[in-house]
Design a protein. Structure first.
Length: 136
């Protein structure tokens, strides 16, 4: 992570962004777009993955970051479970389900590997703006 200076550079965040865009597209389909509860919940799950990675990166310590990554991974699981509901209700086709499911798994795997990396390379404090000049 030494080379990462912005959350937008994190591969898991990039995958979460793809997942969120895919989920929004699926939610716009006929049938799915009228199931407001499921549509909104799966969208929130996708957004949660992206947001928790970003929020964790901007947090003060790697311990906090790891916690946010855990929440992001859980949200990927939530989205995966909701994809089953969408499939079972015939809101999405089997192929769409497989593609979105695979993306949730990829994202969860990337997050798990990132957590393992942070846990094996602990640092007490992380500051992302080393060159900032603060004047009071």
């Amino acid at each position: 992570m030494a080379g990462i200076t912005r959350f937008e550079e994190i591969e898991a965040w990039k995958t979460a962004r793809q997942l969120t865009n895919m989920i929004y597209g699926l939610g716009n389909q006929a049938g799915f777009n009228r199931d407001f509860g499921l549509r909104d919940q799966i969208r929130r799950a996708g957004v949660s993955v992206m947001s928790n990675i970003a929020e964790g990166f901007e947090s003060r310590t790697d311990i906090q970051f790891i916690n946010f990554l855990g929440i992001a991974k859980a949200s990927a699981g939530e989205a995966r479970a909701q994809l089953y509901v969408a499939l079972d209700q015939n809101y999405i086709a089997e192929e769409q389900f497989k593609d979105a499911y695979a993306l949730t798994q990829t994202c969860a795997r990337q997050i798990s590997k990132f957590i393992a990396y942070l846990e094996s390379n602990p640092r007490k404090r992380r500051i992302s703006d080393d060159e900032a000049d603060y004047e009071v």
